[in-house]
Design a protein around this ligand. Structure first.
Ligand code: UN1
Length: 503
């Protein structure tokens, strides 16, 4: 599918993609593929007001009917999977298979949310008073602000939107300034679902704000937006979380990871090898769940690590739309520079580096293709604290499981983690209270590629938020506790007597 076909299948017309000042480049070759209009501050304010209006209407539509809109959205995504998957590849550089996978995550969360629309359950609670009932209601919150990153330019929006919408909220989305085209395409798809749905869907139920950091900040600081869901770096999340807290808003933060895999002596090394490779080099190391560190037991180190090094030397790097390619480009030069600085530091600290250099320079002068780097850390450095958003895998040796778990946990971030072991005791320890401290702790599965059915997110500087599956829907709703008296008396809780006598 060529670029014009992609745009036309996704309904992106010339006026939308060639009429603004925000230039959009494809990381494939650095060529400009569009220039889109940036929203002014007044336009953003208007969109926020529109969202409040849409919310006031939408909250009254019964939840199962709201689910119908998301069912339609999922169906259109099924139809447009190839086109949207291609645009994801074109705009953020991930390989086509992963672009398709990302759209599949959107479809999956839509299916999940449709079911959820009939399950917004609250508890009924036994009252301590006679002839009283206590129950919980879950009510919608209002406009939900979504800030997303370039690396999952569409799935993260859908995790938030599918649930927020069935919960009765409106949404406003500020995508990464590096990937506005996929956002505009999603808006088109959403509009199509709205048109098929009928008149009870209010205008502006979902809107996109195009802009840079200040555009997001305006939404973050608006009291009209009660929930902000932000995905990106820990540095960004610290600012967003603080600003939202200052106005007593609610934030859902999904920030950096520094994810590790432990390879135990009993591991099936064949699947460990595959899990490590996918986690470390997949998406060119630009997932928040990418594998950044491995702790390999000394008994299996000499079998596994040389095999990984050989694979690193052979991995097919190139145009992400070529189906033989496994590793596409980094997003931009900045990402490349950051990678080189991290490797420089690793080398100064005695790290033994395989790969890491730029490649395909002749072919793509403005595309930043790199050989994934594997760094064997020896000597005194027994951990790496910083997340670099690039394919760098730090390899460490260990001998004692408790010590490996302690090192795995001893970083500021707490997103994803994994152990490869066939020893059931080790597996249980890893997922116990004294095991991994991350939001995700897998056994015989790598750190990346989570399914949408589980709650997704992590602890510490990862921000503590959970989105997508399980009961993550609750973050988009407020809990109302209601006690109802069906007697002719007014007994007080805690047995308090408050006798007025005869007045
Ligand atoms: C992200 O990188 O921001 O678990 C999200 C995964 C994907 C989501 C990653 N399902 O790798």
């Amino acid at each position: 599918m060529n670029i014009d076909e992609i745009f036309s299948q996704l309904g992106l017309n010339d006026a939308q993609i060639n009429s603004g000042t925000l230039q959009v480049f494809s990381p494939i070759d650095g060529a400009q593929i569009a220039s889109v209009k940036i929203d002014s501050s007044a336009e953003i304010e208007q969109k926020i007001d529109n969202s409040v209006m849409a919310f006031k209407q939408w909250r009254n539509v019964p939840a199962p009917r709201r689910g119908e809109l998301i069912r339609l959205l999922g169906n259109i995504l099924r139809d447009k999977k190839q086109a949207l998957g291609s645009l994801v590849s074109l705009e953020c550089g991930k390989i086509y298979q992963e672009g398709l996978g990302e759209v599949q995550e959107m479809i999956d969360i839509c299916d999940f949310a449709v079911g959820q629309a009939r399950q917004l359950y609250g508890l009924t609670i036994a009252s301590e008073r006679p002839s009283h009932k206590m129950r919980e209601y879950w009510q919608p919150m209002g406009p939900i602000g979504i800030i997303s990153a370039f690396n999952f330019p569409v799935a993260v929006w859908s995790w938030n939107t599918a649930l927020a919408v069935v919960c009765g909220n409106s949404v406003i989305w500020k995508p990464s300034e590096k990937t506005p085209l996929t956002a505009l395409a999603c808006q088109k798809i959403f509009d199509q679902a709205m048109a098929e749905f009928g008149e009870d869907a209010p205008a502006n139920l979902s809107q996109v704000i195009v802009g840079e950091r200040e555009a997001g900040a305006q939404m973050v600081n608006s009291k009209k937006v009660p929930v902000i869901s932000a995905t990106g770096s820990s540095a960004m999340g610290k600012i967003v979380g603080t600003q939202v807290a200052e106005r007593f808003g609610r934030s859902l933060l999904e920030l950096g990871g520094n994810n590790a895999i432990i390879v135990a002596p009993s591991a099936d090394l064949n699947i460990a090898f595959q899990g490590i490779l996918f986690g470390a080099v997949g998406t060119c190391g630009q997932r928040c769940t990418s594998t950044r560190r491995i702790f390999v037991h000394s008994d299996v180190y000499d079998e596994l690590v040389p095999k990984l090094k050989r694979a690193y030397g052979q991995i097919k790097i190139g145009d992400p739309l070529d189906e033989n390619v496994l590793v596409g480009p980094l997003i931009d030069q900045q990402a490349y520079d950051n990678m080189q600085s991290a490797l420089q530091l690793a080398s100064e600290n005695g790290g033994l580096i395989t790969g890491g250099e730029r490649t395909l320079v002749q072919q793509y002068r403005d595309g930043y293709y790199v050989k994934p780097a594997l760094v064997e850390m020896q000597g005194s450095v027994d951990n790496v604290q910083l997340e670099t958003f690039a394919p760098i895998l730090y390899v460490f040796k260990y001998t004692d499981l408790d010590e490996a778990i302690a090192r795995q946990n001893d970083v500021p971030q707490g997103l994803s983690s994994a152990i490869f072991t066939r020893d059931v005791l080790e597996a249980e320890i890893f997922t116990s209270e004294s095991g991994s401290d991350c939001g995700i702790a897998n056994v015989n599965i790598g750190t990346s590629g989570a399914e949408i059915g589980g709650a997704f997110g992590g602890e510490k500087e990862t921000g503590g938020g959970r989105e997508s599956g399980s009961d993550a829907w609750k973050v988009y709703m407020r809990r109302m506790t209601s006690t109802l008296n069906y007697s002719k008396e007014l007994p007080l809780a805690q047995g308090i007597k408050f006798d007025f006598g005869d007045l």
